[in-house]
Ligand binder design. Structure first.
Ligand code: THG
Length: 279
């Protein structure tokens, strides 16, 4: 299964049979005061710095989230997308709970983006899927619905099936649906990682779709976050994860090693290149 994305010219393929794709997480104002301050001033220099650093560290796609209290995302999301597109040729993952802000961003974005995200909630399906169709975007489906977030992998799978069914009914291609099994902090719920891992396995086995996750969510509130994130990433990849919203500077080495060990890196080219040119 291939999900093809594009920047201005550069194509990036998320492929269930191919190397893992890192979606850089850092353009996200949560606990980044400098990003809130600069974005509030409509100053995009820091966003561009975060974009450049993540690309250098191995991101193939960039997540773009400008959500903070009081933000005018209808204005700021498209402006941020424009600023990134002007400087970097890379596909974007438009991360917002507001379908109107997503639409405004897609209207000005280069190439083919990912919408992050739609859920199994009726209102979300109704408002987001037509936007994906209109702009030819791929879409991340979060496995939660009007009843909330289930602790049962089977139930999360059923929501993934529902999102896929509605997307296809809307006219979106099956390979443009990427499922997010939901990663919650293991510090708050000791079973959280196992539920996500089993959901990944089920979605991979039953639907064979591309699967993503917000990897760093797993380690909120704990020390040694990079270690937790890397081990969780390795387990997730083995179960069928094909891309992740995560921090490339801290996890690309583990990801390149996973590709190498799974015979998805001919002659260890990417692995060796990473360590020769890398940090
Ligand atoms: N699924 C989908 N989209 C998502 C998430 C998901 N988008 C947002 C989030 N979850 C993924 N992005 C992040 C970004 C940053 C962090 C975690 C998840 C993070 N940041 C550091 C912190 O808060 O301590 C601070 C930044 C830093 O210094 O690196 O942990 O699950 N579809």
């Amino acid at each position: 299964m291939e999900t093809k994305l594009r920047g201005k010219t550069k194509e990036v393929v998320i492929n269930t049979e191919g190397p893992f794709v890192i979606i850089g997480e850092s353009i996200n104002p949560t606990r980044r005061k400098k990003l809130v301050d600069t974005l509030s001033d409509h100053n995009f220099e820091y966003v561009l710095e975060l974009a450049g650093k993540q690309i250098d560290a191995g991101a193939g796609i960039l997540d773009v989230n400008v959500g903070f209290p009081g933000v005018d995302d209808l204005y700021l999301l498209p402006e941020t997308v424009k600023a990134i597109n002007e400087k970097y040729d890379i596909p974007l993952c438009i991360d917002s709970p507001n379908p109107e802000a997503i639409r405004a961003a897609l209207k000005v974005a280069d190439g083919k983006c990912i919408i992050n995200s739609v859920t199994g909630e009726e209102k979300s399906l109704r408002s987001v899927l037509p936007v994906a169709l209109e702009y030819g975007a791929a879409v991340i489906g979060l496995v939660m619905d009007d009843e909330g977030i289930s602790h049962e992998p089977e139930k999360r799978l059923r929501i993934a099936e529902k999102i896929l069914e509605q997307a296809v009914k809307t006219g979106i291609m099956e390979n443009d649906v990427i499922i997010d099994p939901l990663v919650m902090a293991v510090s708050a719920d000791p079973g959280a990682a196992l539920v996500t891992l089993e959901t990944i396995r089920l979605v991979h086995e039953k639907l064979a779709l591309n699967i993503t996750q917000g990897t760093s969510n797993i380690s909120f509130g704990l020390p040694g976050r990079d270690t937790i994130n890397s081990v969780f990433m390795a387990f997730s990849i083995l179960n069928g994860l094909t891309c992740a919203i995560t921090n490339p500077a801290r996890i690309a080495a583990a990801v390149r090693a996973a590709d190498l060990l799974r015979d998805r890196d001919d002659y260890a080219m990417r692995f060796v290149e990473y360590f020769q040119g890398g940090p």
